[in-house]
Design a binder for this molecule. Sequence first.
Ligand code: ATP
Length: 441
Amino acid sequence: MSALWNQCMRKLEGELPPQQFNTWIRPLQAVENGSELKLLAPNRFVLDWVKQHFIGKIEEVLSDQKTQPGLHVVLEIGTRKPQEASPIAPTIRRSTSVKKGLPNNLNTAFTFDNFVEGKSNQLAKAASMQVAQNVGRAYNPLFIYGGVGLGKTHLMHAIGNEILRANASANIVYLHSERFVSDMVKALQHNAIGAFKEYYRTVDALLIDDIQFFAGKERSQEEFFHTFNSLLENKHQVVLTCDRYPKEIKGLEERLKSRFGWGLPVAIEPPDLETRVAILMSKAQHAGVDLSPEVAFFIGKRIRSNIRELEGALRRVIANAHFTGKPITLEFTKEALRDLIALQDRMINIENIQKTVAEYYKIRVADLLANKRTRSVTRPRQIAMALAKELTNHSLPEIGQQFGGRDHTTVLHACRKVQELKESDSKFAEDYSNLMRTLSN
Ligand SMILES: Nc1ncnc2c1ncn2[C@@H]1O[C@H](COP(=O)(O)OP(=O)(O)OP(=O)(O)O)[C@@H](O)[C@H]1O
């Protein structure tokens, strides 16, 4: 690797948030040639992203090094030298002979093509695509976490399907963590633990869903720890999903928590309205149903909990339309979803949001409503107002009213401030998404 690029990487690593650095900068490979520094991106997605967001910064850092004035940076798709190419290719060929005929359990319906991208899942999708295209080399393990029904399993299967599309003989195994545990128990009962270990340690990509179920199961954790290490050492890919960040999993050994964080932990957040609508339109199109934007916006606005529920609501509307032979109008949709919507509205209300936020920040609900202006209270108050705007159908004046009779402009200011802080302050962004997760589940 070019020494100049190494220096540049070190500087960028210090300046960019770790997720951005790991996703976009780390995979670049540099080839120095006279006055040209060629940066090779593993795929078009990374190339375009770096071009749009980081090239200015890279040029600035390089010119600060002052070792090579006038250096010209070129971005291309590729990898450095053929002999340094992915170690997975020979691995895959070798290991397919290990165990044939076992099901990979992949659901072929979950692909990258039908995964609708939005702000909330963009990073997770990009990282998953990179893992699928650079098996064992991009991020290992890839740890996808987020609330229920937000697309973690979909992405995991998409990774497996994409690896198989490129190499039909790859040995991929997808399984739920409970299945891993029950297989292990069976293996122990039948004195076959040796074969069990051998099998899992030789797959090319091991995809384990919902690893929070390992919590409290010490023997399984022990076994998984060794399997995991051996896969990583041999550059075999591991992809894990979980409903929370590794450090937050109670009942999981510290060494596993720390190892899960080695590769890349990426979050999937609840989708925003535009993404919810895009998902509805895409699912309707798949089902051969013509959904008007008016109806899609109505469903998207009213069903905010997660994508599984969104799909369920759409299925119900389509089924009702089939049964009754009526067209899917706004009125028809309102009627079909009446009880579901009532349930959602009961679950998330302003009071509930205030209570959750107060608990999270260890303050009193009364503080959120009072006039106190200390930072320890104003930030939680602003977050609570922004969450009320995002998660309920109340207007700005109504929200202001329920926060101690404040003006609607105060609520608007809070929403803008929260948006700004979410983008500039990673601790704040994490607090916001933790609260969003708690409230939406
Ligand atoms: N971005 C998306 N585009 C299209 N469909 C999506 C998207 N995200 C989720 N879905 C769909 O929503 C449903 C629920 O997703 P999935 O099962 O992947 O959620 P999950 O995060 O794994 O949930 P759990 O934690 O309950 O296992 C699936 O049918 C999936 O196809």
